[in-house]
Design a protein around this ligand. Structure first.
Ligand SMILES: [Zn+2]
Length: 163
């Protein structure tokens, strides 16, 4: 789904709300990603705010089983219609603590891609299906094997703080 900026600019309120729903096969073949977004034109900048909900199929790092992660993401992103000069860019990033993407004069924003990027950026690095996950036999065995080297025995006494 693509949104033309000039169309929003020509509307009375200079903004547009979008109720978005799309299947992304790589996240979930059956359940669509839904998003309620508001696009506002603020002079040179375009602000996108709203919420994205997705059920993303992932593989647990510990037990290696498939699981579905419910994602509920609040977004607040800015686009610049034209290239920001470097001084202004620094100032803006410090003030808003936000990344500004340049459109370089392009008249449309690819909402499908925007939503995709938001989800990818919010998938945690460490994937665990459940806080009580005990891991798989395979993974546990592998970890045990690692500690059979007598020179590594010392590590058994080190306590690992849980996050
Ligand atoms: Zn697990």
């Amino acid at each position: 789904m693509k949104v033309k900026i000039s169309e929003i600019e020509n509307s009375n309120k200079q903004e547009r709300t979008i109720n978005f729903s799309q299947i992304y096969e790589e996240f979930n073949k059956n359940i669509p990603v839904v998003a309620d977004l508001k696009i506002e034109i603020l002079g040179e900048l375009i602000k996108i705010t709203g919420n994205i909900k997705a059920k993303v199929n992932l593989v647990c790092d510990l037990c290696l089983k498939d699981f579905t992660k419910d994602m509920d993401i609040n977004v607040k992103e800015f686009y610049s219609r034209n290239s920001l000069n470097d001084n202004y860019k620094d100032e803006f990033e410090i003030k808003q603590n936000s990344f500004v993407e340049d459109l370089n004069g392009q008249d449309e924003i690819d909402i499908s891609d925007f939503v995709y990027q938001c989800i990818i950026l919010n998938i945690p690095n460490k994937l665990v299906c459940d806080i009580n996950c005990n891991g798989s036999e395979k993974v546990n065995e592998y970890l045990k094997k690692d500690f059979t080297d007598p020179r590594l025995e010392i590590f058994k006494t080190i306590k690992i703080e849980k996050e």
